[in-house]
Design a protein around this ligand. Structure first.
Ligand code: S3P
Length: 434
């Protein structure tokens, strides 16, 4: 499947992006452990989150889909059942790493695998602390790569200092902590997204912060959820950057999650000269939300590094597109984690943006992008990575001549409806089947 993108003139309108991916995964997993029925509206019906639903069903949880709502019949902390087959997480890193934490607390045996990309991504970062809590985890390459096998149960608590900032690893340890004797603590070098902490607290888990550690004890039970998930800022970032770089645009995005651990992209675009109005709205699911209004504006290059990186790690492909359209040089450093995402995003961003005529240097831990030249329509590839697919589609909107994005089906991982949304804003984009 490929996307054909014609150059856009003025994108205008109001839109709603799908529910937050990180929160959607967590809502289904955590509600499965609660006692009672949870209702979760605004659930992201993308391929990744549907994998989480399938995995929880295979673990004996009844999950009903009702439009964009899911109803989860929680089985309680001790109610999961041994699955009859291998759990397949597809492309989803969040599913496999969070499930490892949850399964570390179960006495039964389970095997986990995923697609080609997942089978290349490191799992030892989550498996290592779980092993030291008492879980038996094995897999290819000395237990680092999926397929993985896990048998848990009888966990002891640990105090774990994480070598890299990762919300998935932090969440895996905290989930295992729900089943461990004593108080489990985890400390990150730099704060990562805190959706797990917010949601576990809302479910009644004993979670607190002490001397840099997030600590969790074993709860007697978890209560069910009744929430509406906010729109995903990581998805909103695509129309947002399109609105900035396609001249004459004005786009309004409603109900977008603006958790401060996720808003690095707004800060970086602000530093590039963007004026993005973030109008606070009511909290949803214990998360701040806002209406976001963006107008096109000439951008300038910037530098993004250090503690800012985890707050915009998933937005770097689209930030690179904004940088390509900006005057001057943009430098992105301390982002070696990008090499371990759905693709090596330092390499895939550089390779694909070069096709638009952008001068871009690949560093071990980042990118240097020389912006300002005209973008030339390109024939590019998603490499099976949803965020690369959508970032290149946005580059195509601001380019001269037609752009083609091969492997467009990848976009469904996090943003079903992306093409319809662009069309509703006036873009001329269409899908071509093979
Ligand atoms: C996520 C955490 C981040 C992020 C990923 C989703 C999560 O990964 O890149 O897309 O939902 O916890 P890391 O935990 O590897 O940093």
């Amino acid at each position: 499947m490929r996307l054909i993108v014609e150059p856009a003139t003025a994108l205008k309108g109001q839109a709603r992006v799908p529910g937050d991916k990180s929160i959607s995964h967590r809502a289904v997993m955590f509600a499965s452990l609660a006692e009672g029925v949870s209702r979760v509206e605004g659930f992201l019906l993308g391929a990744d989150c549907l994998r989480t639903v399938a995995c929880m069903r295979a673990l004996g949880v009844s999950v009903d889909l009702d439009g964009d709502a899911v109803v989860v019949h929680g089985v309680g902390l001790q109610g999961l059942q041994e699955p009859e087959d291998i759990l397949d997480v597809g492309n989803s890193g969040t599913t496999i790493r969070l499930l490892l934490g949850l399964l570390a607390g179960q006495t039964f045996h389970c095997c986990l695998t995923g697609d080609e990309s997942i089978r290349r991504r490191p799992m030892a970062r989550a498996a290592k602390p779980l092993r030291s809590m008492g879980a038996r985890i094995d897999g290819r390459k000395d237990g680092d790569l999926a397929p993985l096998s896990i048998r848990g149960g009888d966990l002891r608590s640990i105090k774990y200092q994480m070598p890299v900032a990762s919300a998935q690893v932090k969440s895996a340890v905290l989930l295992a902590g729900l089943f461990a004797s004593g108080v489990t603590g985890v400390k990150e070098p730099v704060p990562s997204r805190d959706h797990t902490e917010r949601m576990l607290q809302a479910l009644g888990a004993p979670l607190s912060r002490r001397s840099g550690f997030t600590e969790i004890g074993r709860p007697a039970r978890l209560r069910p959820l009744d929430i509406r998930i906010p729109g995903d800022l990581s998805s909103a970032a695509f129309p947002l950057v399109a609105g900035l770089i396609v001249p004459g645009s004005e786009i309004v995005l409603e109900e977008v999650g603006v958790n401060p651990t996720r808003t690095g992209i707004l800060d970086a675009l602000g530093a590039m000269g963007a004026r993005i109005a973030v109008e606070p709205r009511e909290d949803q699911a214990g998360e701040p939300t806002a209406r976001i209004v963006v107008r096109s504006l000439p951008l300038v290059g910037t530098r993004v590094a250090g503690a800012a990186i985890p707050r915009l790690i998933d937005e770097i492909p689209i930030l690179a597109v904004a940088a390509a359209a900006a005057e001057g040089v943009t430098e992105i450093r301390d982002a070696a984690e990008l090499r371990l995402k759905e693709t090596d995003r330092i390499r895939t961003v550089a390779e694909e943006l070069r096709k638009f005529g952008v001068r871009i240097a690949e560093l071990e831990d980042g990118l240097i992008i020389e912006g300002g030249g005209p973008l030339k329509g390109a024939h590019c590839r998603s490499h099976g990575d949803h965020r690369i697919a959508m970032a290149m589609a946005v580059a195509g909107l601001a380019a001269e001549g037609e752009t083609v994005v091969e492997g467009w089906e990848a976009a469904d991982v996090s943003f079903p409806g992306f093409v319809d949304l662009l069309v509703s804003l006036g873009a001329r984009v269409r899908i071509e089947e093979d």
